[in-house]
Design a protein around this ligand. Structure first.
Ligand code: FE2
Length: 258
């Protein structure tokens, strides 16, 4: 079994500054400082194409979709479209060997976007883009000194839809090397959980009715989602309620003007 952790989630946004404002002002996160490698790929990074929350390049990457990203970097996959999550592993070479043996094409991006981090991308059996990376060198001390620990983000769970759950469990368990999954049920949704210490990768067979069945507003099984740890969940509920009320006021104000 591969030793792994959740390195980052990539959150797609068509308005990066607006999404960054939500994460900063509503969720209460702090923007971090990206640490670039000496040699970069064509990242298209500017304030309207990326916002970063976390430390040491881990955490949340908010990214504008860039259709020419694979062409500009010689990639098979486009990590800027549709979002993805990244697994940090301690033996990327073994993961690559297993992908080759399983006939899964992958993009070997090398170290191109984050200091010291060797990244690869592939599709899982449901065509979610998955990043797997390995820290090849420690972060430079001068860059580390600029990092603000208050910007740290603790990722708890990433959840991706798995249309063919059995194939996805085999892919994550055997090919990526996450080991055995715990199977769970919620209504007519089926989950396969891979867990390590405080992190979880959840594969979800999508359910069209889980929100109705559980009396929830949202359906976390239909698309990918992630969870972070917060210091005070009650305070977060109040923040989100205020945000929802303000949003409703803005929408009704616009409707009256129309
Ligand atoms: Fe990524």
């Amino acid at each position: 079994m591969t030793s792994w952790f959740l390195h980052q989630v990539n959150m797609p946004s068509h308005n990066v500054r607006e999404t960054a404002g939500f994460l900063r002002d509503v969720v209460g996160l702090k923007e971090g400082i990206w640490i670039y490698p000496e040699t970069q790929g064509e990242l298209h990074h500017d304030e309207n194409s990326i916002a970063y929350f976390g430390t040491g390049n881990r955490g949340i990457h908010v990214v504008r979709p860039i259709p020419i990203f694979p062409r500009d970097n010689g990639f098979l996959h486009n990590p800027t479209i549709g979002g993805h999550f990244a697994l940090g592993v301690d033996d990327l070479a073994s993961v690559c060997k297993r992908l080759e043996k399983a006939g899964v094409p992958f993009t070997d991006a090398g170290v191109y976007a984050m200091s010291g981090v060797h990244q690869i991308y592939c599709y899982d059996p449901s065509f979610n883009v998955i990043e797997i990376n390995q820290m090849m060198q420690p972060l430079p001390a001068d860059e580390l000194a600029k990092q603000d620990n208050a910007a740290d983000v603790t990722l708890r769970t990433v959840s991706v839809p798995a249309i063919g759950l059995e194939a996805s469990v085999g892919f994550f368990g055997d090919v990526l090397g996450l080991g055995a999954a715990a199977m769970k049920r919620g209504g007519d949704a089926v989950f396969a959980d891979f867990e390590t210490e405080n992190s979880r990768v959840r594969l979800t067979k999508p359910s069209a009715t889980i929100a109705e069945d559980t009396g929830s507003l949202h359906n976390p099984t239909a698309t990918a989602c992630f969870s972070i740890a917060v210091p005070d969940l009650n305070e977060m509920r109040q923040r989100l309620k205020r945000f929802a009320r303000n949003l409703a006021r803005q929408i009704s104000g616009k409707a009256q003007l129309a």
